[in-house]
Design a binder for this molecule. Sequence first.
Ligand SMILES: Cc1ncc(COP(=O)(O)O)c(C=O)c1O
Length: 455
Amino acid sequence: MRDGAAKSNPLREADKAHHLHPFTDPKHVAEFGAHIIAHADGVHITDEFGNRLLDAMAGLGGVNIGYGRAEMAETAAHAMQELAYYHSFSAATHPAAARLAEKLIALAGPAFDRVFFSNSGSEANETIAKIIRHYWRRKGRPEKRFFIARDMAYHGSTWLTASLSGLPHMHAAFGLPEGDIRHIEAPFWYRNGGDLAPDEYGLVAARALEEAIADIGADNIAAFFGEPVQATAGAIIPPATYWPEIQRICRANDILIVADEVVTGFGRTGHWFAHPAFGFEADFMTLAKGLSSTYQPIAASLVSAEVADAIAEGGAFQHGFTTSAHPVAAAVALRNIEIMEREGLVQRTATELGPMLADALEELTDLPLVGEVRAMGAIAGIELAKDKAKRMQYPLELGVCGQVAGQTLMRGVIVRPTGNALVMCPPLTFEAEHVETLKAALAEALIVVAGQLGL
Ligand SMILES: Cc1ncc(COP(=O)(O)O)c(C=O)c1O
């Protein structure tokens, strides 16, 4: 697949010399150089060697409408000519920002009333955390400072959002987590559920929140942060009982709920937003990725009228980014939403792609290494198991998941290894033939790696 990787290429040399990559082992880049992606169209990306790869990850789970849409490029070009930039500080705005805010509130429903724009999911979550602190101070309860998040959560990579994330490998090098943050058990039935039925376990996992409250004190807790489906952790889909119980506990203790829908927003689960489908009402929602199908960096933090009005009493809101509500990104996001609506991509994900993907992956269940298949709409995970009956996993140091993803890539398909699970978040435009190609590549890859492990 990457036969040409050894060939010298001045671009790779420049990258190797000067590009510090996110979430990458620098030694790997120093030794092998980076994989140069040259082009993308539809559901495929093409690398410098002309390898055309089926992208079952839609980049990092965000290219929901697929790559290479000419009207997105035309929208960006037009927007840039019209108004390349203006800020939104000090009561300035522009047409695309006003229209996008209005559109997002219409899509998100009456629980939300106002939108703060930023550039990334991390910034959207960081913004919400600051708004929540500000809100409780305005309410005369400054002691409500703690944030509760879950093990294996991913909320971003800034100081606070990395701290909120429940991934030890993201903390080790930086002395994180820092701040008033507590992690509770992830609602991960396959790993933590033991002999309980999933719905019984959902209640047990949610009640871990009560233990944290008993320890910290409800008066000190500001909010609960959660992804409706934990994507980075391996597409963990909680049991149906989990979120309603979390909501009950939060409401009983005056704890606000943040739905981090950076991955799950914009159709990924077959709904515009996932949290209503899991049976809970969020006080805040954060969005990025699918908001512009990642054609432009743009993110949004949605708040209720009550919160917005409370912080309005506090004078100027002292927070923002030079490129908050960037006019080109906002115009591109509006076009992205228009395309999703025109093509019915959310509905299609619920009724066509979702069932097709779930059925296809389900067929892999009996193959060696496959412990569990999880799927909802266009997000899916395959949990690998050393011993299926005991739900035992391979030691992560063995890198079995990475080996399966590598074998899948050699068959021309991109999936994402995360710890012990393979994650798939394809574009919502994936067709039956793409699902078949994905299934066939995964099946071969699983069999090859199982053979290498002597199974
Ligand atoms: C659920 C969730 N929240 C937040 C983020 C952070 O988004 P960004 O990488 O745009 O900062 C991610 C990124 O993958 C995510 O999956």
